[in-house]
Design a protein around this ligand. Sequence first.
Ligand SMILES: Cc1ncc(COP(=O)(O)O)c(C=O)c1O
Length: 365
Amino acid sequence: MPDTATHRIFNFSAGPCTLPLPVLERARDELVDYGGTGMSLIEMSHRSMPVVSVFDEAEALMREALSVPASHHILFIAGGATFQFAMTAVNLLHGGKTADFTHSGAWAKKAIADARKVGRVNLVFDGTDANYTTLPDPAGVACSDDAVYLHLTSNETIGGVQWKAFPRVGRPIVADMSSDILSRPLPFEQFGLIYAGAQKNIGPAGVAVVILREDVLAQCPGDLPGYLNYAGHVEGQSMLNTPPVFQVYMIKLVLEWLKEQGGVAWAQEAAARRSEAVYDAIARHADFYRCPVDERCRSSMNVVFRLPDEDLEARFIREAEAAGMSGLKGHRSVGGCRASLYNAMPLEGAEALASFMDRFATTHG
Ligand SMILES: Cc1ncc(COP(=O)(O)O)c(C=O)c1O
């Protein structure tokens, strides 16, 4: 049941999305007077001890949550994942280098478009003809000889496809993990650079977490304009300029909450149970709901599904909203329905949706 003391509904939005209630409550309680200092954290100098501690703790908690090895730096960079489409390209493809990309959907497409403005892009997989409903077998992905990295989008938030394992291609993978980071353990030895906009499993929008391997950093040109230069962010310990303090503070709170729940191992198990509840409801009413995504790569974070026609979809979304479940409309570019089930979505939310889907299919099927 939605929380009744505070008015909260089940929010299935794709991001910004639901955040853990204890995190929001703590942020509320600490906003005006942070730790007895008589001022808010967002009123303080970013060089002051409380702010520096928040950044240090957020980084340490992220390292612990994902078991990030010492070979990788962890950065918080303003501008979200979209800025990372450009920043990865200017740092890694400078001088017209080549990268291999997997074109898995709407988000990969944006990363590819930016990379093409800087270097050469070679597509080793193109899901366009399949309407972005599938991904290649990781074992079958082979890189071109001159590719300096392979880019992939670990989870396509709009299309609902997710890599369940990652290719081993003998060169660094650069991955956009905006919509599934912190939902499973990661094989860091395969990743040269991971970036993720925060507004799904990490915290509020406007900042990206970047996890960058030392040898990849060493290849970035030193003469890029300041803010575009990863080395400057490493040197400045994510405080190259006045940083997004509130966002990083919220990230710290989310990571503390995640740790209390049982960390990424808990998140992985919880994601499987939530998404199974919804995929099972789709399967129970296979003549009414349809998930277009290849079963091998169905996302545990964004479950996309169609109903028999658009009128029924509109009615489904309207009636779900009236029953306390919002954000179920598919992305405007593809239509249909989408349930985003990030870490902060309780299992009861997914179960409530599954029951609603049962009732709706029985009534309208
Ligand atoms: C997979 C993926 N990549 C990139 C983005 C863009 O993120 P941002 O809005 O932080 O630039 C999104 C959207 O939230 C996304 O879902």
